[in-house]
Design a protein around this ligand. Sequence first.
Ligand code: NI
Length: 398
Amino acid sequence: MRLLPEIVDSAAAIQDIRRNIHAHPELRFEENRTADLVADALSSWGIPIFRGLGKTGVVGRLDGDFGPGKMIGLRADMDALPLQEQNTFAHASRHAGKMHACGHDGHTAMLLGAAEYLSNHRDFAGTVIFIFQPAEEGGGGAREMIEDGLFDQFPCDAVFGLHNWPGLEAGHFGVTPGPMMASSNEFTITIKGKGGHAALPHNSADPVLTGAQVVSALQSIITRNKRPVDAAVLSVTQFHAGETSNVIPDSAMIGGTVRTFTNEVLDLIERRLTEVAHHVASGFDCQAEVEFMRNYPPTINHDTETQFAIQVMQELVGEQRVNTRIDPTMGAEDFAFMLQKKPGCYVFLGNGDGDHRSLGHGMGPCHLHNPSYDFNDELIPIGVSYWVKLAQRFLQKP
Ligand code: NI
């Protein structure tokens, strides 16, 4: 590993910031204390700040000493999850029902570490934009920042993001060009029939039986409509109908999620889902109402920026610690909106299997969104060094 010694020296201070944020988790668009902490830190290092993009977002702008040049955007997310933490160590959440269970505390602290270092070493040409975004967890904070003019105000030439990744060895990187994470979408199908006495079903149009056929038929979209080489998931996760054993209800509600790596496959699934629901329902004398909501688009890494990031990662931790063809995941990521607007690359940084956790961690595994999770502080000098080297290399003085 070729970490920057000054960053290794400051890792303990960054860890304190990380644990401070961990102890005070805030949910999407409520990241006021965290945003204040970020803004105060950036200001104390002489980095001009811009607030209010995406409600609680914070942007820092650092110009190099070697004149104008390219502009690079480095992004961290700040929000926590509505989850009861089971860890009891000293920096565990002090707010019931809220927890940094996805490591965004670590992401925020590492980007702050990079901001501090670069503020002391402005020997580059061009500009670093530090983007601290709210509401990654389902709130579309990146989209909100973009709609509030993020890239009009700060026209980045490229943007980069990272996420800690449990299960990947601590300090190893994983990335792939092209799709890295999936699009995330929700649907609800309401089956409208005709209720009646359960002993006289011939007088009814049964939405429960019809709904069951719809649930089965939906899987045919995955196995018979999309190309086998295209990855996609369709999961029915809700089926609500009826109140009691001797009444056929009037209606049934089916809900679920669809994940794809391309918009073409998503268009196909949305169209077929609507057709299958309508036609199966009408075959059973019922009607279907379909609602389909597209939440996050797929996170798609751009080739040039991915090759660039791979070079930086390999220099930093060595080729054997960088998986340049990691399997994409069906999870979704708000950074996708930024990659739709600007070329860039999103990488995973291995968080290990959980051995790093302090005494007093919960009994569960150290997976993301688990009540026993904790960000791995060993990653701090690696993540900070990655950000710094990425910016230095991107903004090399002529
Ligand atoms: Ni996350």
